[in-house]
Ligand binder design. Sequence first.
Ligand code: FE2
Length: 283
Amino acid sequence: MQLGFLSATQKQLYQRDGFLVLENFIQDNICQLLIQRACKLIKDYDANGLRTIFSSQDQQHAKQHYFLDSGDKIRFFFEENAFDDKGQLKQEKLYSINKIGHALHDLDPVFNTFSRSHQLATLASDLEIIDPLLIQSMYICKQPFIGGEVVPHQDSTYLVVEKGPYVTGFWFALENATLQNGCLWAIPGGHKKQLKSRFKRDVQNRTTMEVYDDSPWPLAEMIPLEVPTGSLIILHGLLPHMSKENLSSHSRHAYALHVISSQSQFAADNWLQRNDSLPFKGF
Ligand code: FE2
């Protein structure tokens, strides 16, 4: 018999708030290992190739494709404020990447091992995610001085399932996440409201945002989730959350993993799509 990870109280808190903070979930040396691995991937990444794509005439088109094709790849996305007026990086490449996405958990051996730990599988079981599938991973740098804000959203806007439980996010703080360096903010209990919008991709690879509720986000209800290095924040797919820009001199590295139940059926018109050669897998 497999022992659970979460106590009854923690499960109740998660159901009440739509998020749950678990401090000391990852050991410091594992955080360091993941940071070092991400930094190596960034160092090895040929940013000049990408700059060529992005400086082509049809810049938006190229950018859009680079993003839309990233569901089964390891791709690198710059901070919006990474470039100066002349198109040159303001800070060196290592301090200019906003995030790496979206299949690190399948394609990179270090992130694959971390993402498929016994601990996480047990946690998914505690959360009653039946036959879990790991559908998306992101390494988020939130760089010093230029780390961009992430506007309020629900993860289910971007990762829709046809039925059953919504997507669940596992957000790992690999460094301290503070008010100064752009910690997460969330609305406790906000997951009990409906999905406000849905990001869709059609067969011609055009994307649209379908809006169901255009009322403004109740920003006054957002509370900061400052957490120390090694913490895990579990996020319900309907939970409104955001993060502010990072103007401090400290980065805020985090790793995010999104999981669904295979019974939920990942919507075919999600932006994130995969080649048949790399199907979603479980733990
Ligand atoms: Fe999110």
